[in-house]
Design a protein around this ligand. Sequence first.
Ligand SMILES: Cc1cc2nc3c(=O)[nH]c(=O)nc-3n(C[C@H](O)[C@H](O)[C@H](O)COP(=O)(O)OP(=O)(O)OC[C@H]3O[C@@H](n4cnc5c(N)ncnc54)[C@H](O)[C@@H]3O)c2cc1C
Length: 542
Amino acid sequence: MSKNTKIHECDVLVIGSGAAGLSLAISLAKDDRKIIVLSKAQIGAGSTNYAQGGIAAVYNTEDDHDSVAEHVRDTLIAGAGICDESAVEFTLKNAHDSIAWLIEQGVPFDEKEEAYTKEQSPYHLHREGGHSHRRIFHAADHTGHTIQETLNKVALANPNIEILTNYHAIDLITTRKLGIAGNRVLGAYVYNNNDDCVETIKAKFTALCTGGASKVYQYTCNPEVSSGDGIAMAWRAGCRVANMEFNQFHPTTLYNQNDRNFLLTEALRGEGALLKRPNGTRFMPDYDERGELAPRDIVARAIDHEMKKLGVDCMFLDISHKSPEFITKHFPTIYERCLKIGLDITKQPIPIVPAAHFTCGGVMVDNHGRTDIDNLYAIGEVSYTGLHGANRLASNSLLECVVYGHAAAKDIIARLPLVSNIPDLPTWDESQVTNADEEVIIQHNWHELRLTMWDYVGIVRTDKRLERALHRINLLKDEVQEFYSNFRVSKNLLELRNLLQVAELIVKCSMNRKNSVGLHYNIDHLEAPTDKKPTILSPFEK
Ligand SMILES: Cc1cc2nc3c(=O)[nH]c(=O)nc-3n(C[C@H](O)[C@H](O)[C@H](O)COP(=O)(O)OP(=O)(O)OC[C@H]3O[C@@H](n4cnc5c(N)ncnc54)[C@H](O)[C@@H]3O)c2cc1C
């Protein structure tokens, strides 16, 4: 039996403590509602903490003469015709209230330094690629960190919220899994990494707020936690997923084998940095007349193509022809960060690779954040709402977390009085498993999976590459499933199991899409889609 069979009980279990999880938890934690928030690492270890640019919203139409209709139009254009227009309108109409809520919680968005009229808001707004107006709320260039810190403080001070850190959700407990009619979620089994044991959480409602799945790729600028756990758990429990083929890659991140890939802003290329091969020659003019200033996806594809053609690990981004004063004044963070690994960017080119950045698809939800399973919600990057379509408009993702966090809270509050108590649940059974004999299998499979995904299911795909990837993934899945059935769970094993599930979903969605659009580019199907349909997979149609 398990070392510890502790059972927790709450009204709402929120799995994840980023912008999505905390927006939901804080909005729910009033009256006598009891909320448990899980984080598989420290409270602020998700992507939210790393968001630099900001959060998009039309807050005041007098600001830059903007309108919700224009924000909708920009989002639909970025999504390349594959967005769900009703979800786009729903999200962007609610953007004003989400910003107002964040301000109310204490988020210190930058204010204007220049004079403004009394009809305008006091906030300083940035404009980003794809946005026709200035509408990006920001806190310098660390907006995500500021939002996360503010929400952490509010959540930690709320007596209705219990935050369990280093608690890793393993799987949802549902009536279907227990052989009871219907499919309602009753809570989850969670691995307590502090005490190395599995515990049970009973909850009337559960929300997956676990972030994206970019860690499935060899190179990613996402933090360690982005292993698609929520998508895998929802799939295993019976939820549909959609649009998993649309993975956003940032073209230029610092290549450093011993570290997470650090994002190198596109402003570097805007200020004259040149992309070069290892022999110092430029290659972008061979791909696009705009050279280094071509759009993100074209630059990412060109880098990928050169790396594969030359069989090298990275390309280079060179700004050393500019004066040291210019570089250190305009790019102080990048200069310092590179110096830390012994690289002086005023003298040397920067080794770069494209890296997985954002998961556009995920667990299918409606405008309340409800999934296919009764009382189960999915909020934030884990979900597919229809907002992003085939490509995400910059700074719309933090907004999605807050808008849907609030929508779900409203829905749960209305439904909570109607939900009966959760029956006793079976505790986690470890009677058939032993301690793992060889952790090396996990490490090996982990590397193989991420490299396979990078090489075969990355920026440029072909039918053959996808087939090869699926074949490898199936073999790895069998091995890991055997391991999972025989040995006690560990953090790495749980993540690998989820990454394999998510990888399979990405490959299957990619195989189902017989055209190229937005972030999905398949050389064997370069034609544009003839309809706007998302790619939907159901666990009940194998
Ligand atoms: C470098 C970078 C820059 C970005 N810049 C911007 C930007 O400027 N604007 C913008 O809008 N978006 C930006 N994004 C995207 C945006 O940050 C994310 O989409 C958003 O923060 C996702 O929030 P989330 O709450 O859904 O997930 P996250 O913030 O990733 O949080 C996930 C949470 O789930 C927990 N978790 C995961 N699995 C489990 C499990 N099994 N059990 C328990 N807990 C679990 C994690 O511990 C974490 O607490 C950026 C992303 C990156 C990586």
